[in-house]
Design a protein around this ligand. Structure first.
Ligand code: 13P
Length: 339
């Protein structure tokens, strides 16, 4: 483990005002994103769409890293430049999703565990050779009634995250540790805070037990939010306060950065919440973004699979990157959305 290299990669990824573009949708997920805009998911449409994102002028001002899916890592731009090289030339670090998805956890109804540890050491070595500097593993924690998530499911996911993180640090790839508490359901913000707290406490105990260098990793958590179907939604300051309180209690100060996922929030809400947290003042870690939907929704709805919409789609993408860059500094306002 090269401590200096891990630290410096982690610091580079969260250097203000930058954050991460999560463009690592698996085959089934990108199909789901393309359906509402009437685009068929083929290897070529997926390549074309990712090319639109990666060639948007100026995004390197706000985007320090991109997380790719295996297929995309092996694809090229229309002029033949492999995507890893294209991103490298723009000073954007390459990340790779390495988990194999969440599957039902045996004997724990309603709970899932993320798979993909078998053979991971070899896969990581190949990704490193292809240019990856960091990796991502997503654990999925659902909230339902009183018994979901079970303590067993939380522990199984935390253990897998720690084993993945150790394999990454063994070869100097920065692990993004993503325990996502879903915002589906009707639970209130208090329940989300309680479950997120329990999950983070367990995750850091496992990371510590596996000897993870906290300075050389990034945490990718959910924000603390009420479920989408909860009749009582929370204000922006309420979300910011609950999220920062939860992070301060359970995330060690040695962790270099927290890069939030957007999780189904609107792009505007995701930006506003990040802004409110950064506007609260100094924190022990950098507070940044690793957004998928919150960066891509406006791009997809503008592009709609048509060449004549590409320029407008890229403008929409640049704007979201820029606004999230401002949110990193706590100087974004909703009025900028229409400016
Ligand atoms: P969302 O921001 O759309 O939640 O995606 C982030 C991600 O990478 C989920 O694993």
């Amino acid at each position: 483990m090269n401590i200096q290299e891990l630290r410096s990669t982690a610091e580079q990824i969260v250097a203000p005002p930058k954050g991460i573009l999560a463009a690592d949708e698996s085959g089934p997920t990108i199909k789901k994103r393309f359906e509402p805009i009437g685009v068929e998911s083929t290897e070529e449409t997926r390549r074309r769409y990712r090319e639109i994102l990666f060639t948007t002028e100026g995004i390197e001002r706000y985007i320090s890293g991109v997380i790719l899916y295996d297929e995309t890592l092996r694809q090229s731009a229309s002029d033949g430049t492999p995507f890893p090289k294209l991103l490298w030339n723009r000073g954007i670090l390459l990340g790779i999703k390495v988990d194999k998805g969440a599957k039902p956890l045996a004997l724990q109804p309603g709970n899932k565990v993320t798979e993909g540890l078998d053979g991971l050491r070899d896969r990581l070595a190949e990704y490193k050779q292809l240019g990856a500097r960091f990796a991502k593993w997503r654990a999925v924690i659902d909230i339902d009634e009183r018994d979901v998530p079970s303590a067993c499911a939380i522990h199984a996911n935390a253990h897998a995250l720690a084993r993945y993180a150790a394999l990454c640090q063994e070869i100097d790839l920065v692990p993004i540790v993503e325990p996502e508490v879903l915002m589906d359901g009707a639970h209130g913000i208090e329940r989300c805070e309680a479950v997120t707290s329990q999950v983070l406490e367990c995750v850091f105990a496992e990371l510590d037990a596996h000897g993870i260098l906290f300075e050389g990793m990034l945490l990718k958590p959910n924000m603390v939010l009420p479920g989408k179907k909860c009749p009582q939604q929370a204000s922006v300051p309420e979300v910011a306060e609950a999220t920062v309180r939860c992070m301060r209690r359970y995330v060690p100060a040695a962790v270099t950065g927290i890069v939030f996922l957007s999780g189904g929030q609107t792009p505007e809400d995701a930006t506003d919440h990040l802004n409110a947290m950064n506007a609260m003042g100094e924190h022990p870690w950098q507070l940044s973004f690793s957004y998928g939907r919150a960066l891509q929704e406006p791009v997809l709805s503008t592009w709609r699979g048509r060449d004549e919409n590409v320029a407008a789609a890229q403008r929409a993408f640049y704007k979201r990157c820029q606004l999230n860059g401002l949110a990193r500094e706590g100087i974004y306002s909703r009025a900028m959305e229409t400016a």
